[in-house]
Structure formats: structure tokens, C-alpha cells
Design a protein around this ligand. Structure first.
Ligand code: GCU
Length: 422
């Protein structure tokens, strides 16, 4: 099946391409060339000139600018714990980050497990889709207080968490293994920061930043991905105050739309020591100009709240994009980044995700790292289930579906062992 029409339920009918031979000719912007045509030939030029220039384009044309204002009244309160968990192998804490001085305003519930009797552990931080209670079968974990994705199998049909959902996404989190390997893990429901539907930006954190009279973000101001990324930085602010965690060794990660979010959070906030993107696809690690799987037009029409309004300029017009995802990955350099793809996840364009790593490699090398860790770097996608773990950029292409599997975690942990262990 070469060209497939997308599901009938989709608002926008469009053909999408999943045939490599139908990928159009495209030209990628060179991250190491200034608009003037001059080469970016030193690490200093990258860091002080080119990186800020690229970051600004992503801010103004793709995800929208994140407000720099510090919210008055923002505060973190440990609402449960520290308590023993995982048969005494871990310490559990639940922390609420209130975004305003009001207790019933927008707030983020962060669930943290850290290895018992260990101070300053390296940590993973990532959002979940349906509430902290789903990431582990631990009855002490609070149910999500706000909007969650639905899971019909668990009777979640009204965008609210329920008891039945406890532990149902635990294979996506592997908290036992994470703790046994000596890492802490922090997670929160992304809906706490901004419910994931198009309501004209009335709920979630965006209105907290509106200027008098403003009712929605401007064309170059953030959408939901930007808001979610901001929330990850606020979680990191808290982690900086928690002795059980070494906030200088935090890997931010996410799956799918939350993988896009993790990349954008890591690109903007250089305090994140590592970034992991799992099956992040269009608007994440996959190159948009390849026009393979999900397209810019489709994502903007189907999820009009994710990116900034300016991104619509590139609907069916990817060739005009001044940046592509290899430059998003390059913004993370020289920090370690891991990109994970899955064979059956054609929608997310696994090869396009790999090519982002390939074309970010020269930036990583300019900054004195070994990039993808292989010489020469091949533009052929690595063999199935043969992770590239030796570079500053890690990658794997595993068999199976769009998901986070224990296999993925094995690689994330191995990559973290190389880069985050003291
Ligand atoms: C949809 C969307 C993707 C996204 C995915 C997810 O498939 O088109 O861009 O990554 O949802 O977040 O699950």
C-alpha cells in the first residue's frame, strides 16, 4: 500500500505518503551555514550566534515563543511522602506545583520515586498521558486531578482518571528497573499543564500569561507543546531543590506528542542534561521536508493547538520551512540525545527520525563530541533492534508498534549509564 488515505474520523482528508520512492526531492538547511552563506566553523560561533538564531526561528515559526515571565505565586509543595515504596527499595514523593497563589488554579502533580538511601541520583523526567496512577500499581499514588486522555478499556471516557487505570501503563514506565539501576524517575500528567484539545487557549496555563485584553496567544507565541515544555522546566525547578535528585543529571523524555515536547523542552532549557525522544514523528525528530507519514498540513489541521499559528505557513509548503528537525536535535548539542523509532510506526517516519540524527551529527562533532559515534556516518537506517549507543547521539529502530516498550527502556538506561552515571 503506497498512498493511504487517513482515517475517516479525521477532520482533514489528505493523502499521506508511506512509500520511500515517493519522497520528493528536498533540500535541508545546513545548520552549520549562516544565512549570509558563511560557515559556522567554530564551536564559539555555533554557541553564541548560530544556535540562538536557530532557536529563534523554532520559537517564531514552529512552537511559538515561551513567555519569560516568572509567575507570581508559583510554588512547589510536597503533598505526600517521603514514603517507602517498591518494597523498601525506593522513596516516593508527591509534589504539587501550584502555578498561582490559588490552590484550585492550574497545578501540576509530580510523582517521584528515587532509590532508597541515595542522595543526588540522576533522574528521568517525562509526562504521562492518563495520570500518574497509571504509571505504576501503587495505591498511594494520587489519581490525576484534571484532564487526561481517555482509555476506553479502563472505562475512562470522560477525560478523568479512575481507579481501574492504576498501573495500566506500567510497561511504558518500567519504574522497578529504573530504580534498580540507581536512577530516580519523575512523572506528571501533561493535561495538568494544558488539556490536550482545542479550546482557544482558555484552560491550561496560557491565560496566566495574557497581557491585559489578550484572549489567545499571538501568531508567534506558544501553543500546547510550548506550554507542556514549559511545565517540564517547572518540574526541573522543583527537582533542583530536592536533595534526592541531582538536577544537573536529569534526562527529559517523552513518547509521541510528548516526545516532540521533550525535544522542545531540551532545546530551550539547557539545564536538561539529556533528551530522549520516543516515536516523536512530525514536529518532533522526523524531517518534515521528506513528506513521509504525517505532514505539517495534517498535524496543524488535526491538532490546531499544538504549534504556533505561524507554523500554518508551511501547510503543504514544507519546502519553505527555514528549519527542519535535524536542527531541533542540533539545538540540544553537545548534550546527549537519544532518538527511538519503531518499525510499524510509519506515521512517525522512522527513517526521517534517523536522518535528523545524521544531519545533526556535524554540529555535535563541531562541539567536540563523537556525534552518532560511528565513522563514517551512514544514511542507511541501522538494522532492526541494533541500537547505536556509543555516540553522543543515540538511536534505535526496533520492531513493533508506536509505543514505549521495556526494550526502549533497556536502551534508554544503557545510554544513561554512559552519560549520566558519575
Ligand atoms: C497522532 C499524531 C502524532 C502524535 C501521536 C501521539 O498520531 O498525529 O503527531 O505523535 O498522535 O501523540 O500519540
Amino acid at each position: 500500500m503506497a498512498i493511504t488515505s487517513i482515517m475517516a474520523a479525521d477532520k482533514v482528508k489528505e493523502k499521506f505518503n508511506e512509500d520511500e520512492s515517493k519522497v520528493p526531492a528536498y533540500t535541508l538547511p545546513d545548520p552549520l551555514v549562516f544565512p549570509s552563506g558563511k560557515k559556522v566553523d567554530t564551536a564559539e560561533k555555533w554557541t553564541t550566534q548560530r544556535r540562538p538564531e536557530l532557536l529563534k526561528i523554532f520559537e517564531e515559526e514552529v512552537y511559538g515563543r515561551t513567555p519569560a515571565t516568572r509567575l507570581e505565586g508559583i510554588r512547589a509543595v510536597v503533598t505526600e511522602g517521603p514514603a517507602d515504596a517498591l518494597d523498601g527499595r525506593a522513596t516516593r514523593k508527591q509534589v504539587t506545583i501550584y502555578f498561582t497563589s490559588k490552590d484550585d488554579g492550574p497545578r501540576l502533580d509530580l510523582l517521584i520515586y528515587s532509590p532508597k538511601n541515595k542522595k543526588g541520583a540522576a533522574a528521568f523526567l517525562g509526562y504521562n498521558f492518563i495520570g500518574n496512577q497509571a504509571t505504576i500499581a501503587d495505591p498511594a499514588v494520587k489519581l490525576a486531578h484534571g484532564w487526561t486522555q481517555n482509555r476506553e478499556k479502563q472505562g475512562m471516557t470522560n477525560n478523568r482518571a479512575n481507579e481501574e487505570s492504576r498501573g495500566t501503563e506500567s510497561t511504558r514506565w518500567c519504574i522497578d528497573q529504573i530504580i534498580d539501576r540507581g536512577y530516580a524517575i519523575a512523572t506528571a500528567c501533561y493535561g495538568d499543564v494544558d488539556p490536550d484539545f482545542d479550546d482557544g487557549f482558555q484552560n491550561g496555563v496560557e491565560p496566566l500569561f495574557y497581557k491585559p485584553g489578550q484572549t489567545k496567544p499571538g501568531p508567534d507565541e506558544w501553543g500546547s507543546i510550548g506550554a507542556w515544555a514549559w511545565g517540564l522546566s517547572r518540574a526541573l525547578d522543583y527537582m533542583e531543590t530536592d536533595d534526592d535528585i541531582d538536577a544537573k543529571r536529569v534526562a527529559v523524555l517523552g513518547h509521541s506528542r510528548l516526545g516532540k515536547t521533550a525535544l522542545w523542552a531540551g532545546a530551550q532549557d539547557e539545564r536538561f542534561a539529556m533528551v530522549i525522544s520516543n516515536n516523536s514523528g512530525c514536529g518532533g525528530a522526523a524531517l518534515s521536508k521528506r513528506w513521509f507519514g504525517e505532514t505539517v498540513n495534517r498535524i496543524n489541521n488535526h491538532f490546531p493547538h499544538w504549534f504556533c499559528d505561524n507554523f500554518n505557513k508551511y501547510n503543504n509548503n514544507e519546502a519553505a520551512m527555514p528549519v527542519d528537525s535535524h536542527e531541533l536535535v542540533a539545538l540540544i548539542a553537545p548534550r546527549p540525545v537519544y532518538i527511538a523509532s519503531a518499525e510499524n510506526d510509519k506515521w512517525a517516519d522512522p527513517y526521517g527520525e534517523y536522518l535528523s540524527a545524521v544531519h545533526a551529527d556535524p554540529v555535535y562533532r563541531l562541539l567536540g563530541t563523537n556525534g552518532l559515534g560511528v565513522d563514517p556516518v551512514s544514511d542507511k537506517v541501522p538494522a532492526l533492534n541494533s541500537p547505536l549507543l556509543s555516540g553522543q547521539i543515540g538511536y534505535h529502530y526496533r520492531s513493533g508498534d508506536h509505543d514505549v516498550l521495556p526494550y526502549d527502556w533497556e536502551q534508554f538506561l544503557a545510554f544513561a549509564d554512559r552519560h549520566l552515571k558519575k
